[in-house]
Ligand binder design. Sequence first.
Ligand SMILES: *Cc1c(COP(=O)(O)O)cnc(C)c1O
Length: 459
Amino acid sequence: MNQQEQFRHWQQLDAAHFLHPFSDSRQIGERGTRIITRGEGVYLYDAEGRKLLDGMSGLWCVAVGYGRRELAEVAARQMNELPYYNSFFQCATPAGIELAAKLAEITPPQFQHVYFTGSGSESIDTIIRMVRRYWQLEGEPQRTVIVSRWNGYHGSTIAGASLGGMKFMHEQGLLPMPDVEHINQPYWFERGGDLSPAEFGRRAAAELEAAILLHGPERVAAFIGEPIQGAGGVIIPPESYWPEIQRICDRYGILLVSDEVICGFGRTGQWFGCEYYGTRPDLMSMAKALSSGYLPIGAVMVGDRVAKTLIDKGGEFAHGFTYSAHPVCAAVALANLGIIQREKLVEHVRNAAGPYLQRRWAELAAHPLVGEARGVGLIGALELVKAKQPRTWFEPRGKVGERCRDLAIANGLVMRATRDTMIIAPPLVITPGEIDELIEKAWRTLDQTLIGLQKDGWL
Ligand SMILES: *Cc1c(COP(=O)(O)O)cnc(C)c1O
């Protein structure tokens, strides 16, 4: 089979047998999947032999870039030595122990303990169980309500999708589960109206206090949020937002949970998103860049307040996953963190790549289709609008983003569309030259999107 025949063959098998996550299977049958076969640095290669600049790090994962032989070798060594053992019933493997110690070292000082999982969603489930267990042990078992945000994303298990605020996910599965309360997101561009970002941020945070008072402070267990909402469209809260959330959590004694699955491990130019915003969470969920996606692994950082209660009063915590602290995944995660430290990638994002990307990304705001270009570190979003003043969105929403995304891919750039918000989160290793290429491809894509919209009567 030549390359094109092989590609068609895979597409046929895929359409016949493979049900994809977050995909419309009928559309796949009609349009075919994109099949990625190889990666190197910030680039992907597909089954048709095309080269793509991966502006999304896979799914926000591949912090150290593709093709790291070192990680492959660590995995092979661990597989040969001990491919699997569990961490139930007072067992451990060296890789799990060393990764736990490394995480305690690089996370903020209140975190000395870690609970391993297999994914971000499992970390969220674990946090719900831990939070409720904590309040039981503290003699306040009625504290079961968890507050989160509309349009937040916390994974796809029953619990993760419940805490998440994706209404289209709730509608498909009798969700959310009980005792989850959603408040509005700090999405200034869409919801800020005439308010300054600072005033809007305070009002968005005040919704937490309102939710606490609605249920009664004695019923509320925790608040959870992503420092910057990723999948929801890179929603960057005004500077006033997180300090106010922290103040409200402190005032009512409720636990603060930072979902660091995207912001963790350098994305913002700090190790963790909570450090970028100056909050002091009690728990953090992590996954994705923890292993740069090379193998599946997640973790929950358990702050001293919760850890002390669980350890001193809790006895056996009746919870765990077969693959918690899987030795091969743990060894690769440890080596991945070693690369991030050795190559000073967090500093690279803070001092070099982040500022440069943000400067170039902001230039895109001059494009007639772009209502806002925002970003922090190596994460960014563009709001595509029909008119800038007053802000006018395309109707129906989401179609223009999809067109722009398809054109980006045709131009050799992976950008993602959430509604009509175009988002990027490239690997942390991206160089200035590669950033220039990303911006140049984004410009070309926006120009082509505009021409297509004019031709088809959208404008
Ligand atoms: C991806 C993501 C999750 C879920 O992680 P999975 O590994 O897909 O289960 C949870 N929270 C956030 C913020 C995420 O981006």
